[in-house]
Design a protein around this ligand. Sequence first.
Ligand SMILES: [Zn+2]
Length: 314
Amino acid sequence: MEKSWQKTFDPAASFRYNIESITMRVGGFLVQERKHFKKPVLFFFAILALVLIAFGTYTLRPSNRAGMAQAATESAAQSPQQNAQSILILNYHKIDTLMHSLSVNPADFRWQMEYLKSHGYNTITPDDLIANMEEGKPLPNNPVLITFDDGYLDNYKNAYPVLKELGMKATIFVVTDFMGGKKGYLDWSKCREMEKHGITIASHTVDHKSMTDLTDEQLKHELVDSKKAAEEALGHSVDYIAYPTGAYNLHIADMTKEAGYKAAFTIKYGNADKESNVYAIERVPVFHTENTNRDFVERISYTPLFQQFGWKKS
Ligand SMILES: [Zn+2]
């Protein structure tokens, strides 16, 4: 089913699918929340939401019907050009055939990387991202920062060869105490090898505890000691961290800055832009689903639309 979609992509069906899926989500939300609304108010908001969605979706519709793939590129291409600060940051975990949501199949991963490449996306590093966000340094057209959390061995086996072959950059956030000792995780020598070919290694703390549960002393240990361990093993400064499970608060963000990091990544959904807190940067997660690649295209195409409507940085 998935394979046949990849080959014979029907732009009209896809367009309908996207209206339906967004409408269903908004509708579902309104139904869940209806106890808070009087009926006429609910009706008014439902109509308003549908009008906004129809309008927003219409603006993304391919005028020449050349396919949604092109529409995806156009919408993604327009957004960074109209607002140079809107940057897509993808978040992966495992690249394996385990068939769970955090494990994208290697074949799907390759499809997605080839999709990005053939649609004019350019991979960037966290240094590029921060130089743009803080100093306005220009980025290539359609920038994308590809990130992986946890430091799984399958990143080396199944993602790295594809990235290397296609000349794409990526960033892996590793849990320093898992390195080289824990089954299924990377080791430092593989990290050093990957760093020679466009992969940036960064911190995902010492042992992946949820940071909002920790005392200040424990937080300091997770932040400072993971940075130190990675710097010793890699031989250069390690400036970036992703919060385990995305859990953070402003106090943790402050401590992260104090520990010497230049930026930190969350799993808040959205593109990064000039309003983003560099110690709480948004990302767009990629999941294994019933139709992984279609959902991937939908996500990277519609994130700018959600942001236009202000459905994000609440
Ligand atoms: Zn993690």
